[in-house]
Design a protein around this ligand. Structure first.
Ligand SMILES: [Zn+2]
Ligand SMILES: [Zn+2]
Length: 280
């Protein structure tokens, strides 16, 4: 079967521009920010913009799309003001997704910053329950590199967040980022290690919870807890790791989104072509 693979594209100049950018690199699914990822501002789209994006993605056969939440969001925080701000921001992103016909909103669950793992996870679950997740939109928790007090480095931890929340299970899922998994110590290169990861997902989370893959190679060693993305096949995960992934019957049907570096020499087109080449 042919892969669903695209990239995280810019919305600068208008959200409909994302569709053109995706087309240029040859993607058939994708991801955007609904605002500036390092600020709290989220775009409020008009009905017109919503329609234009929906028509564009439909005409070009680009689906599904994902909105990546801003990096400031932290539902695991013990601080009430940051928690509130995070909720407002996520809600705006969920509303933007509804307007744009975007199927998924993905966020990094957050960090407990000293309140402890248990409290942090509880807080994240409570935060999820405060949100109004629109019909047709699924909220995804992304696995993390696990640095410091960051939560969500393991599939069991993501499962705990989902389980502690009383939001209907079908409204929640997980986005698996390969660079973060590698940074958190998961083995993707060796067949055996890769199978172990799949088994852990099956046992601790449930494979059906994984809805989207983020494909990124890593500049750092396995277990480094460092989140530095690299071009596909040129980092520590390497071609072997991505070969395992794109040829795994557990994952091959999932939408794959590249968040690889974009430089003068190399961008998404090359990385996308590399992924397709690794598919048997
Ligand atoms: Zn992310
Ligand atoms: Zn990611």
């Amino acid at each position: 079967m042919s892969l669903k693979v695209g990239a995280h594209v810019s919305v600068s100049g208008g959200v409909e521009k994302a569709v053109e950018r995706q087309k240029e690199i040859g993607g058939n699914c994708g991801q955007i920010f609904a605002g500036s990822p390092r600020t709290w501002s989220v775009a409020e789209y008009t009905d017109e913009e919503g329609e234009s994006f929906q028509n564009g993605t439909r005409d070009e056969g680009q689906n599904p799309y994902v909105i990546h939440s801003t990096y400031l969001v932290n539902l695991g925080t013990p601080k009430d003001d940051l928690f509130e701000k995070s909720l407002n921001c996520l809600q705006s992103e969920l509303d933007a997704a509804e307007k744009l016909g975007v199927e998924y909103v993905v966020f990094h669950p957050g960090a407990h910053t000293g309140s402890g793992r248990k409290n942090g996870i509880q807080r994240i679950a409570e935060g999820i329950d405060e949100l109004n997740i629109p019909e047709g939109v699924t909220l995804l928790l992304e696995n993390t590199a696990g640095k410091g007090t960051t939560l969500g480095r393991s599939f069991g931890e993501l499962r705990e967040m989902i389980e502690k929340s009383s939001t209907p299970e079908k409204k929640l899922g997980v986005c698996l980022d390969t660079c973060h998994a590698h940074a958190a110590g998961y083995e993707l290169r060796e067949k055996e290690g890769f199978q172990d990861m799949i088994q852990e997902i099956e046992e601790d989370l449930g494979l059906e919870k994984v809805k989207v893959l983020h494909l990124n190679d890593s500049k750092n060693e396995k277990g480094s807890e460092k989140d530095n993305h690299q071009h596909i096949g040129e980092g520590n995960i390497g071609e072997k790791g991505f070969k395992n992934l794109v040829n795994s019957e557990k994952f091959e049907q999932l939408p794959m989104v590249l968040e690889t570096p974009v430089t003068d020499e190399k961008g998404y087109s090359e990385n996308l072509a590399k992924i397709k080449k690794l598919k048997n």
